[in-house]
Design a protein around this ligand. Structure first.
Ligand SMILES: NC(=O)c1ccc[n+]([C@@H]2O[C@H](COP(=O)([O-])OP(=O)(O)OC[C@H]3O[C@@H](n4cnc5c(N)ncnc54)[C@H](OP(=O)(O)O)[C@@H]3O)[C@@H](O)[C@H]2O)c1
Length: 241
């Protein structure tokens, strides 16, 4: 755990990009499943790797998830199993489906950020702001994916320098697909789940004859065993397959 902690602290920031450093971190089974099925909260990490997740959270200014994860897991995204401050929560939610009673809106330690689509219903926006949330309108229209580059720029303007991206499947795929991941810490639990996987998500859109595939990958990966889980981590770049 100490080696990963040290590596996390030695962050190299993206040069001249005015966007936060992005760390992708999630847990999967041996067959790449993130949950039993979409919409189901599934405990994949063991005790020690869960502690690592909280340690990673404490190292970041903000933690981002998609609305799918909020609706299915109702997470708090706080730091409870490690010393340190809880990061600010960020949710991608183009249609403002976030429930007013969700756990993230009950947190008193921060003003969560919700990225909505352009021209979304004003009443819901006002209700969220009354609950303490900051709603940032994105150029995407409701129902379209939030433009991630624009969102990262806005987070930078809000003082966020280190962003952890925790899920779910669609959000992970979007960040990888747009090559917006700087480093990754992935937990692999030693069982097969046969559930919701990144497989089938449009991960590599630029496959084709005229444009040779360039895959997002962990360069020079490091591996550690925590409890019975395998942790693979490192800087993310591209490789020619
Ligand atoms: N194993 C793990 O580590 C882990 C971690 C987190 C979650 N999960 C699991 O993942 C599942 C949820 O994943 P999910 O794929 O259904 O939902 P998700 O990735 O959490 O959220 C996807 C939703 O976010 C919104 N969104 C807005 N902009 C987006 C963009 N640029 N890219 C992607 N999504 C964008 C879209 O809804 P709108 O169109 O309404 O905006 C989209 O449907 C749950 O079962 C949860 O338990 C597992």
């Amino acid at each position: 755990m100490e080696t990963i902690k040290k590596w996390l602290e030695d962050a190299t920031f993206p040069q001249d990009q005015r966007r936060p450093l992005v760390t992708l971190s999630y847990a999967q089974s041996l067959d790449g499943s993130l949950a039993v099925e979409r919409g189901h909260r599934t405990l994949i990490s063991g005790e020690e790797s869960m502690r690592l997740t909280h340690l990673i959270r404490a190292q970041h200014d903000a933690i981002l998830v998609g609305i799918g994860t909020v609706l299915s897991d109702n997470p708090q995204l706080t730091v409870r199993l490690s010393p340190g401050k809880s990061p600010r929560a960020v949710v991608l939610d183009s249609r403002l489906r976030i429930p007013l009673e969700c756990n993230l809106l009950q947190r008193k330690d921060h003003r969560m950020i919700v990225f909505s689509g352009r021209g979304v219903e004003a009443g819901k926006q006002a209700a969220l702001e009354k609950k303490g949330a900051v709603v940032l309108e994105n150029e995407a229209t409701p129902g379209q994916p939030i433009n991630l580059k624009e969102a990262l720029g806005a987070l930078w303007e809000h003082g966020i320098r280190k962003l952890m991206v925790e899920g779910g499947a669609k959000v992970i795929a979007s960040f990888l697909n747009e090559r917006l991941v700087d480093r990754a810490v992935i937990t692999i639990a030693p069982f097969w789940l046969g559930g919701l996987a990144l497989i089938g998500q449009p991960l590599v859109q630029n496959l084709g004859i005229s444009s040779p595939a360039v895959l997002p990958s962990i360069r020079e990966p490091s591996v550690e065993i925590l409890g019975s889980d395998i942790i693979i981590y490192g800087q993310v770049g591209e490789v020619q397959p």
